[in-house]
Design a protein around this ligand. Structure first.
Ligand SMILES: [Mg+2]
Length: 392
């Protein structure tokens, strides 16, 4: 083995504020910029692992904001991992689990960095650590969320002609349901025969509203209805999934293997949106996927609008799974960002995103860009000797 011993000497978490190409309108929030939490895990072997823990719209999607994630990592998680071998991903995460309840976004960022450094140490891509990829590229849809019907149609036409995306997800739930139905119907008519449409209500509807909306949306050809009800309304989801032919997807409601078990057992959805951030890492995502499939649910490659690091980490996990992804993935986060903090952005072509085959994640930091966009405006690179002293 090339590295007989390897120890983590530091774990740095960095808030990075990146501008988006346009406003991204969701049920509870309009995203004008995206805040990534970038993790840099350094080892005494000189190898660095990268991770990302990113959420959507501050505290509007989940219970961890970027600032909460950074605080959890710096104050509670970093002291636990210093001195451990990052290649023992299971042992490191079990130790974290003993001390840290919840906080799955922070855990996902750490677990990603552990996989990155492990892959680099072995000279293999992360997907090989997960048993190898089952596909070289995965279908990637696009989110239409400008809030303006004409703009959304224009945007759909542009990405269709560029052969970037042919599946479209429309965010609904911030307006009256009649307005949402009209908006979606117009887009459906414009792209009929050339693209597919899905909607995401992000828990915004009650059951009565959802029933009316889904009937109308199904009639105009929408193929997937994402998280129509609040995540706690499990029985409502069961009723909607049995009532309608159109596929119903659980996103917020299924984060953990236990959630997947409950949804599979009662058929609370037809499809489950996998997200490494929700599950707490790549390995827990594989568990969620296995249990979902055992319960007869199809898989979907979800996003928290991560930048390149989190997007590529998700892709390694999704590509290693059985390719039961009838609605593909939505790993378009990097394309929503005006700029990025990595040297190689993901390769999008022919309606898909390509799985990198370089060691680790296959992503390198652009130090100048990171220095420019990091919130604290300090340089992140410290001499390794100083870090070693500090961690002793
Ligand atoms: Mg969603």
């Amino acid at each position: 083995m090339k590295y007989a011993v390897m120890k983590i000497i530091s774990l740095e978490s960095i808030l990075v504020d990146l501008p988006t190409i346009r406003a991204h309108k969701l049920a509870r929030q309009t995203v004008m910029q995206q805040t990534l939490v970038v993790l840099r895990l350094r080892t005494d072997a000189g190898l660095e692992g990268l991770g990302e823990a990113t959420t959507i719209g501050g505290l509007s999607y989940g219970e961890e904001s970027p600032e909460i994630i950074k605080s959890a990592l710096d104050t509670y998680i970093s002291p636990i991992v210093i001195g451990m071998d990052p290649r023992n991903v299971n042992a490191v995460m079990a130790e974290i689990e003993r001390h840290v309840v919840g906080n799955r976004l922070a855990k996902s960022g750490l677990e990603t960095a552990l996989h990155d450094v492990s892959g680099k140490a072995l000279g293999v891509p992360v997907h090989q650590l997960l048993g190898g990829r089952q596909t070289a590229a995965m279908e990637c849809i696009w989110g239409l969320a400008s809030g303006d019907t004409a703009k959304d149609i224009e945007e759909a036409e542009r990405v269709l002609s560029q052969k970037l995306h042919r599946g479209f997800k429309i965010k609904v739930g911030s307006k009256a349901v009649e307005n949402d139905i009209e908006h979606v119907s117009k887009i459906a008519k414009a792209i009929a025969g050339r693209g597919t449409l899905r909607i995401d209500a992000n828990q915004a509807w009650d059951e009565l509203t959802a029933t009316r909306a889904i009937a109308a949306l199904e009639a105009v050809g929408v193929s997937l209805i994402e998280q129509p009800l609040p995540k706690a309304n499990h029985e409502g989801m069961v009723r909607l999934a049995s009532r309608f032919d159109v596929a119903i997807m659980a996103d917020e409601a299924v984060a953990t293997p236990q959630d997947a078990f409950m949804f599979g057992k009662h058929h609370g959805a037809d499809v489950v949106a996998l997200k490494i951030a929700k599950a707490g890492g790549l390995l827990p995502t594989k568990s969620v996927a296995a249990i979902s499939q055992a319960g007869g649910l199809a898989l979907y490659g979800g996003t928290m609008l991560e930048g390149t690091i989190g997007t590529i980490a998700s892709l390694h996990a999704f590509a290693s799974l059985p390719q039961n992804f009838p609605f593909g993935t939505e790993l378009f986060g990097p394309l929503l960002l005006k700029d990025d903090i990595v040297q190689q952005r993901p390769n999008y072509s022919n309606f898909a995103i390509a799985v990198p085959d370089r060691p680790g994640l296959g992503v390198d930091i652009d130090e100048e860009k990171l220095a420019h966009y990091r919130r604290d405006k300090t340089r992140s690179l410290k001499p390794v000797a100083a870090l070693k002293q500090g961690s002793a």
